[in-house]
Design a protein around this ligand. Structure first.
Ligand code: SF4
Length: 374
């Protein structure tokens, strides 16, 4: 099974924290859709006939595309690839684009899952992040999406925002829990270089992010979600049984995927390739007949490190048998030796042949994984 990701690089305005490739302008939207269609043709052999079980429109803001454009892209994908009739097809959407009429028409397409970028149910947080929508609108939009028949829904929330107190965060989680949604992605606010947030904090114009506060929010989140029957199936993702994101699970379980659109990455098991992060250059595909994405053949060390990093973040854990089969007993033995100190500290545990992070260990996931790298 394989996945397809389409990167739609347009936004109404740039969020202060955003370091994704996207432009705060929709001027070249129609031209872009035409070129994306062409790229689908050019990449037709990448998945080597594997059945596509998930399609994901991400961005940027895919909900800025018309339903007609999304439908045309879906038709093109199904004509070009072997798409499973049961495929999970997700659209990332911003609340301000989702009115009842758009939602009703979207429901007529094969898109069967919506991922709505709510981020917070408090206006001061949304202002800090420079989001377009308001908290009141976020609440309404979720109801509209449910009324339109989208029962596969997920929302994003961000914690660790300086304007968000512990009680505000508990409020946000309670708001989510009351809405009958089965999936939540929750991310710590990170200040990436070259973002407006980074510059503004450097200049003293915005309150810096406090990592201790973010860690407290993460602990609150884990406790509340577990108490309400959600499985913490990846470090930033919680779902009721049977509602895991198939698309992201495919990434985490090492599946193959094709990324289309500027900055999109693809992976075929041995190498990774990625498109240029520049809309003007991407649109030059109009006049050429061959794609030249950048390509990186992964070394065995990189594949091992990626496996350790990704698997430890998931509910499936880091599997010694898999390491033994793919990388050999030397590395499996070394990993088992290196893990001991984390088990003694209470940050990891072993169940049969698999290693997992404990709740405490999840607070240090990246640091632990990097100490286990070869
Ligand atoms: S909507 Fe998403 S992609 Fe667009 S600027 Fe905000 S965070 Fe970035």
């Amino acid at each position: 099974m394989a996945g397809i990701y389409l990167h739609i690089p347009f936004c109404k305005q740039k969020c202060h924290y955003c370091n994704f490739f996207s432009l705060a302008s929709v001027k070249r939207k129609d031209e872009f859709v035409k070129i994306l269609m062409k790229e689908i043709d050019l990449q037709r052999d990448y998945l080597q006939g594997e059945t596509v079980s998930t399609i994901y429109f991400g961005g940027g803001t895919p909900s800025l595309l018309s339903v007609e454009a999304l439908q045309a892209l879906l038709e093109k994908l199904t004509q070009t690839f072997v798409v499973s009739p049961e495929a999970e097809i997700t659209l990332e959407a911003n609340p301000d684009d989702l009115d009842p009429a758009y939602l009703a028409r979207l429901r007529q397409t094969a898109i069967n899952r919506l991922s709505i970028g709510i981020q917070s149910f408090h206006d001061p947080d949304l202002e800090y992040l420079n989001r377009v929508h308001t908290a009141g609108h976020a609440q309404k939009v979720i109801k509209h999406a449910q009324n339109a028949g989208f029962n596969k829904l997920t929302i994003d929330l961000i914690y660790g925002i300086p304007t968000l107190s512990n009680s505000g965060w508990i409020d946000n989680i309670n708001n989510f829990l009351q809405m009958g949604i089965n999936h939540l992605s929750a991310y710590a606010l990170t200040v990436e270089p070259k973002t407006a947030l980074y510059t503004r904090i450097e200049k003293g114009l915005m309150t810096p992010v406090d990592e201790m506060q973010a860690a407290e929010h993460f602990e609150i989140l884990m406790e509340m979600m577990e108490a309400h029957g959600f499985i913490h199936y990846e470090i930033s993702n919680f779902a009721k049984p049977g509602h895991y994101s198939q698309h992201n699970s495919l990434y985490w379980l090492g599946g193959h995927y094709l990324g289309l659109g500027p900055s999109a990455h693809s992976y075929n098991g041995l190498s990774r390739q990625w498109n240029v992060s520049n809309l003007g250059q991407y649109l030059q595909l109009d006049t050429i007949s061959k794609l030249e994405p950048e390509n990186e053949v992964l070394t065995v060390e990189q594949r091992f490190n990626e496996y350790v990093m990704t698997s430890l973040r998931t509910v499936w854990g880091c599997d010694l048998e898999h390491i033994m089969n793919i990388f050999g007993s030397k590395w499996a033995d070394e990993l088992a030796r290196n893990v001991k100190k984390f088990i003694e500290r209470g940050h990891m545990y072993r169940k049969n042949e698999r290693f997992f992070l404990t709740t405490k260990g999840k607070l240090f996931a990246d640091g632990i994984a990097s100490e286990l790298f070869v």
